[in-house]
Design a protein around this ligand. Structure first.
Ligand code: 4AD
Ligand code: MG
Length: 459
C-alpha cells in the first residue's frame, strides 16, 4: 500500500506491507522507530520495531536512505501529529545506503549542493514536493483545455523554421561534424544531411499550432522547447516545457481573458490539490507563498499599453540598471517594478513596438506597434508571451520580406493565410516559470527534474 493511502486508513489491526526509503532512524535498547517515505506524499509513516522480534544485525544496516519492505500491523498512533503507525513483524532490506558515502545522510543541504546531485534530490522533502506539484500542474493543464473543448496537438520537435526569429536554435544533424561533405563552393552540403537541409530543435510549437487552430478551431501544445541562448539566469533554461494554446476567431482581448482565466485556474487547482506540499514550501522557502497565490486569484490583472508602461517607468524617478526609452525591450527589473511596486498585481502589457517582437504578430493601425501581450507576474516577470496573429496574407508576406526571413522556410505558414485565413490568437506559458510562481522556488533549475543550462547536461 502507498503511504499516502495508509496514513488515511482507520483499519486498525489490519496486516499491511509498506515499502519505501528510510528518512530517519531513532530509538533505544528495546525499540527502534523508522520514518519511512515512499514519495506518495510529504509525510512519512512511522514504523515501530520491537528489537525482540527483529534481528539486531540486520536492523543495524537499516540506515537513512536504505530501502525496505515492512510487513506488520497498522495501529493507532499515540504520538502527536500522526494517526497511524506500523508495528513491524518482519523487515526485508532491498538496498542499504552506507552512511559513510550516502550524500543525503544529513538533512538541511543547500539547494546549490542538491543541484550537483540532481539525480538524488527527489528523495528530499523539497524536491519530492516540487515534483508532485509539477505533476499536478501538468494534469490540471490538460484538464483545463480538455474541459473547454481544446485539442492537444503534438507539434514536431525537429523543425526547419525559427519561430521566434531569435536564431537561438540547437542544430540537429547526422553529418560528421569533423569532416562534413562540402559543396563546390566549400559550404557544408546539407543536401546530404538526414533531412536534406539544415534542421534544429524547435523553440516553439506555435507555427504548427496555428495550422491546428485553423482546422480544429482550438488547440494547445504542451511539450519541450529548446533555446540555445547563453543566458545564465534563475529564469532561463536551455530545455523548458511550454504550453501553447492557439484559437481561431480570438482577438487580443479574448486571448488576454483566456490567459488570465487559465493562470487563475491553475493556481486555484494547486491550492486545492497540493495543500500539504504548498504549506511545506511556504514554511521552508517562501513565507509569503500562500498569501501571494491567493492574492493573484483574488485580483484582476491590469491591462496596460506598452507606451503607457514606458511613461510610468520614466516618471517613476527610479534608477534602473538598464535605462528604458520607447522602443526598448523591457528588462526583468522594469517588469517587476510595474508589477510589484506600481500596480502591485499582475500586469498584461500589450501593443509593443513591432521591432522587438516576432514577425507573426498582427500590426496595429499605427503601423508601429503590434498586438502582442506579455503577462507579467510578481517575482517572475514575464510568465506568458503571446499575441493576435497577422491573418492577412499580403501584410504577413511583406513583414517576412522586410525581415529577410527566407520564404523557402515559411511558404507553408504563408499558405495558411492564402486559403481560408481567419483572425486567430494564442500564447505560450513557460511551464517552469509557472512552477517558480506556484512553488515559491527562486531558481528555475529547481523546478525541473533534470535542468539543462549552459555547460550542464550531466544527468
Ligand atoms: O515569449 P516566448 O518566446 O513566446 C513564444 O515562444 C511564442 N511562440 C508563444 C506563443 O505565442 N505561442 O516564450 C513564451 C514563454 C515565456 O513567456 C516564458 O514564460 C517561457 O516561455 N520562456 C522560457 N522559460 C524558461 N527558459 C527560457 N529560456 C524561456 N524562454 C521563454
Ligand atoms: Mg516573450
Amino acid at each position: 500500500m502507498r503511504i499516502a493511502q495508509l496514513l488515511k486508513s482507520t483499519e486498525y489491526g489490519s496486516q499491511v506491507v509498506v515499502k519505501g526509503w528510510v528518512r530517519t532512524k531513532r530509538g533505544n535498547k528495546n525499540v527502534a522507530f523508522l520514518a519511512l517515505n515512499d514519495g506518495s506524499c510529504l509525510a512519512n509513516i512511522q514504523i515501530v520495531v520491537d528489537l525482540a522480534k527483529i534481528n539486531e544485525e540486520s536492523l543495524r544496516t537499516i540506515t537513512t536512505g536504505a530501502c525496505v519492505a515492512v510487513s506488520g500491523t497498522l495501529v493507532e498512533s499515540l504520538g502527536a501529529g500522526q494517526g497511524v503507525e506500523v508495528q513491524a513483524e518482519s523487515i526485508e532490506i532491498y538496498g542499504t545506503a552506507d552512511p559513510a558515502t550516502y550524500p543525503l545522510q544529513k538533512k538541511g543541504h543547500s539547494l546549490e549542493f542538491l543541484r550537483d546531485i540532481a539525480y538524488l534530490r527527489p528523495r528530499t522533502n523539497t524536491f519530492s514536493a516540487v515534483l508532485r506539484i509539477r505533476h499536478a500542474m501538468a494534469f490540471a493543464i490538460h484538464k483545463y483545455f480538455n474541459d473547454r473543448g481544446f485539442y492537444y496537438l503534438h507539434t514536431p520537435l525537429i523543425t526547419a523554421s525559427d519561430c521566434e526569429g531569435a536564431g537561438a536554435m540547437f542544430q540537429v544533424t547526422t553529418l560528421d561534424v569533423d569532416n562534413p561533405p562540402r559543396t563546390e563552393e566549400g559550404k557544408v552540403d546539407y543536401s546530404q544531411d538526414f533531412f536534406g537541409k539544415p534542421c534544429s530543435l524547435t523553440v516553439s510549437g506555435q507555427l504548427e499550432g496555428e495550422l491546428g487552430a485553423l482546422s480544429l478551431g482550438q488547440i494547445y501544445t504542451f511539450g519541450p522547447t529548446f533555446r540555445a541562448e547563453n543566458s545564465n539566469t534563475p529564469r532561463h533554461l536551455a530545455e523548458f516545457w511550454m504550453i501553447e494554446p492557439e484559437m481561431a476567431f480570438y482577438e487580443l482581448e479574448d486571448n488576454m481573458a483566456l490567459a488570465e482565466d487559465f493562470l487563475k485556474y491553475l493556481i486555484a487547482y494547486a491550492l486545492e490539490h497540493c495543500r500539504e506540499d504548498l504549506e511545506f514550501m511556504n514554511k521552508m522557502w517562501d513565507n509569503e507563498l500562500l498569501e501571494r497565490l491567493q492574492f493573484v486569484l483574488d485580483n484582476d490583472f491590469v491591462r496596460l499599453d506598452y507606451t503607457e508602461g514606458i511613461r510610468i517607468l520614466q516618471e517613476s524617478g527610479r534608477k534602473f540598471e538598464f535605462p528604458c526609452d520607447w522602443g526598448c525591450d523591457l528588462q526583468s527589473e522594469h517588469e517587476r517594478y510595474l508589477v510589484e511596486e506600481h500596480f502591485k498585481r499582475p500586469v498584461i502589457l500589450i501593443n509593443y513596438p513591432k521591432e522587438i517582437k516576432a514577425f507573426y504578430m498582427k500590426m496595429n493601425d499605427d503601423g508601429k506597434t503590434v498586438r502582442a501581450m506579455d503577462v507579467l507576474f510578481p517575482k517572475i516577470g514575464e510568465i506568458i508571451g503571446g499575441s493576435e496573429r497577422e491573418a492577412d496574407f499580403g501584410k504577413l508576406r511583406a513583414r517576412i520580406d522586410e525581415l529577410n526571413i527566407p520564404e523557402k522556410d515559411m511558404w507553408w505558414y504563408l499558405d495558411t493565410r492564402r486559403w481560408g485565413s481567419a483572425p486567430h490568437s494564442g500564447f505560450g506559458l513557460g511551464f517552469e516559470r509557472l512552477l517558480l510562481f506556484v512553488t515559491g522556488m527562486g531558481n528555475i533549475r529547481d523546478v525541473i527534474p533534470f535542468p539543462r543550462t549552459p555547460k550542464n547536461a550531466e544527468f
